[in-house]
Design a protein around this ligand. Sequence first.
Ligand code: NAP
Length: 329
Amino acid sequence: MPAQLLDGNAVAQKLLAATREEFAGLDRPPRLVAIRANDDAGSRWYARAQAQHCAANNLEYTLDELGATATREQILAAIVRHNQDETVAAILLHLPLPPRSDYLELVAAIDPRKDAEGAHPVNLGKLLAVGKNGAKDLLVPCTAASAVRLAQEAGAWAGKKAVVVGRSAIVGKPAALLLLGLNATVTVAHSYSDVAAECRAADLIIAATGASGAAWNRYRAKLAQWRNGGGEKPLPPDLSPLIKKEMVKEGATVIDVGVNQIPRALDDHGEPVKNAKGKPEMLYAGDVDFAAVKEIAGYITPPQGGVGPLTNAFLIRNTVAAAFHRRRV
Ligand code: NAP
């Protein structure tokens, strides 16, 4: 029987309703400030989406556009200004940052009480101290929280085996800590792991790698280098999803966090197949082979409407929670 779909939009609506109830009585709409120091199309799209989500949830949204040539000092000065501004509830930094800017240094400069994405070292550190009852009162990393909340829709994880594939500070590691808080037995797999073996033993798989997108980007860079006379022509990469049907135990729950921008196909010369206008045909793919894995999994996130919408809802929740807690102190 095909897997049941985990509906991120429906869970997002539940989270937003619970947020309104939990943090009722704010005297003014909380304001989220997004600092952007790039000219990246993805970041522009993300900023528009953030503005819409904030408007739909009665939050103010300010995009502080510093431009792609902003210096580290200018970004730090903007963070300090928003830290000190009493009308700002929460702050986030858009990626990519300009060259020579250190994400860790900049995120650590945000007031941890205004940390919209739960990415500040203080908030990540608090996750380490989370006990059996989960992370209710924290500003949690939004994507990790979204993945784990969707897993909770599928059942309880106490004593079950969970594998998180990916160990970034903002997705994989916090997801693993949240699962430990739910009493799961957690393995964190990464690029040095036997991912297939770890996944086959798991009741729950959270895939958060972006592996095929990264493989495509590496290949593209080597191809460009070769065209400029450097090195050998690279072999076309395997852009198939990392998590395949044969890696999944029957009835397991599979949560796909990955977002990979890759060509629809490569031609005989290893170049992306082009559309009628002569542009490469690109698509967004997850880390999981949805069509095949849904035939064996018990629960699975759909290619659209899974982790993404719930991640946005956690951003709203963090902003409202930050406003609420600051006005009580
Ligand atoms: P990241 O910082 O690049 O980390 C990727 C992790 O995946 C690393 O730990 C890496 O291992 C591991 N990995 C890469 N290739 C692998 C392979 N072949 N086998 C096993 N592990 C592999 O990425 P991130 O920021 O955590 O994001 C992960 C994915 O989630 C990306 O696709 C991103 O676009 C997506 N994402 C989605 C949302 C959403 O709302 N849906 C939000 C944020 C991010 P090593 O540490 O060994 O290098």
